[in-house]
Design a protein around this ligand. Structure first.
Ligand SMILES: NC(=O)C1=CN([C@@H]2O[C@H](COP(=O)(O)OP(=O)(O)OC[C@H]3O[C@@H](n4cnc5c(N)ncnc54)[C@H](OP(=O)(O)O)[C@@H]3O)[C@@H](O)[C@H]2O)C=CC1
Ligand SMILES: O=C(CO)COP(=O)(O)O
Length: 348
């Protein structure tokens, strides 16, 4: 039995307690300063108020003030922060983590630099750890919604990090007959692929809202338009993956993640509302309190691509869907899918 300490008791970190606990490990779940209510509820009856599932009896729950106690003797630390708590995680958590214990994070995202470079979160964590500290950073990517993992649906994810031995070790702690894990040292490839899907899931689900608007009926579906946007998303994601230097095969994790997010992710909600004709501000107001990584990543990716275009490294015409998503989110544009920009002629 190993001891596995989770920092943040959000939906995904808490869902991961299922495979870990079922593998016989001691599970310690520590809430962020914003997770007090979640931890109080779990202590009462193991029911997680945002995941809406009952966690295993036997998990130990901690408030953030008890973090050091929860770290004692830990063999693995799992970070469950979202992009919105990234600074808190870097400033408050990284300094107290023991160097000898590997860290595995679920946070999907990238940061864009002034010159248009896109840097995945594990590298940001590495940069922002205290000077002289050398934590062992690893991350999870791939299609896996929290509530379906909690329900034991078969999921295939990718763990990435620099050290193959660590990746094999972490996999040995967490793999089950329903939680299937590929491992890779291509951190940029895995992380960029799965971060990008958040931006494009918003793009595909515009078609969900557009169909409802067209038919005047909530729940109306038009799969042709969703499929066209899905294909265009895959094309642009592939180009972006190539741009950051990730291996093309990791597009599998990003495209799988795009699929699950279009059907079962929170990003579907914002894309649908925008497609129905709500302004960005109205949609955000309706979805107050929902974790929407897509807004952050779409904005950052578009900013990076525009910067690279200024530098002559890319042609913006190759990213019509990303540019339209950015215009909706950041320039007040109405939804008006640039269908013609998606077509191309391949003639010998
Ligand atoms: N949910 C899912 O199905 C999946 C999620 N992911 C990724 O995992 C990450 C977390 O997602 P998820 O668990 O769903 O999100 P949640 O919003 O449920 O959890 C995020 C965690 O980060 C904390 N947090 C947010 N903002 C701050 C802040 N300013 N300061 C301190 N802590 C903060 C949250 O506290 P609080 O609860 O109070 O907000 C919570 O503990 C995301 O990057 C997401 O893309 C990956 C795979 C699937
Ligand atoms: O990343 C996810 C599934 O892999 C979930 O996406 P959302 O953050 O949109 O819910």
């Amino acid at each position: 039995m190993s001891v596995i300490t989770f920092v943040c008791a959000g939906q995904m970190a808490s869902a991961l307690t299922f495979p870990v606990f079922e593998n016989g490990h001691e599970v310690r779940l520590v809430g962020s300063p914003l997770d007090r209510e979640i931890i109080n509820g779990l202590r009462k009856d193991n029911y997680h108020i945002t995941l809406k599932r009952t966690l295993h009896d036997g998990i130990k729950y901690y408030q953030i003030e008890e973090f050091e106690e929860a770290l004692e003797g830990a063999d693995l630390i799992i970070g469950g922060v979202s992009s919105f708590g990234l600074d808190w995680f870097c400033d408050e958590i990284l300094p107290v983590l023991p160097e000898e214990v590997p860290l595995l994070t679920v946070t999907k995202g990238m940061v864009d630099r002034e010159d248009g470079t896109m840097v995945p979160y594990p590298y940001i964590f590495e940069e922002r750890q205290p000077e002289g500290k050398h934590l062992n950073f690893n991350a999870i990517g791939g299609p896996c919604t929290s509530y379906e993992l909690a329900d034991h649906d078969n999921s295939h994810v990718a763990f990435c990090g620099k050290d193959p031995k660590t990746l094999k070790y972490i996999r040995s702690l967490m793999a089950t007959d329903y939680y299937h894990i590929s491992i890779s040292t291509d951190v940029v490839g895995v992380e960029c692929a799965v971060a990008l899907k958040n931006a494009y899931a918003l793009g595909v689900t515009l078609a969900v809202g557009l169909a409802e608007k067209k038919d005047g009926k909530i729940g109306a579906q038009h799969y042709n338009s969703q499929a066209a946007l899905f294909g265009q998303s895959m094309k642009e994601m592939g180009k972006l993956l190539n741009l950051v230097g990730g291996k093309p095969e990791h597009l599998v994790h990003g495209v799988g993640d795009l699929y699950v997010t279009v059907f079962g992710g929170r990003t579907r909600m914002i894309g649908t509302l925008l497609g129905r004709g709500l302004t960005f501000e109205q949609a955000m107001e309706d979805l107050k309190g929902v974790t929407l990584e897509s807004i952050v990543i779409a904005t950052r990716t578009a900013r990076a691509v525009k910067k690279l275009a200024e530098r002559g490294k890319v042609d913006l015409k190759e990213y019509p869907l990303l540019m339209h998503i950015d215009a909706i989110l950041n320039q007040g544009a109405e939804v008006d899918i640039p269908w013609d920009a998606f077509t191309w002629d391949d003639l010998d």
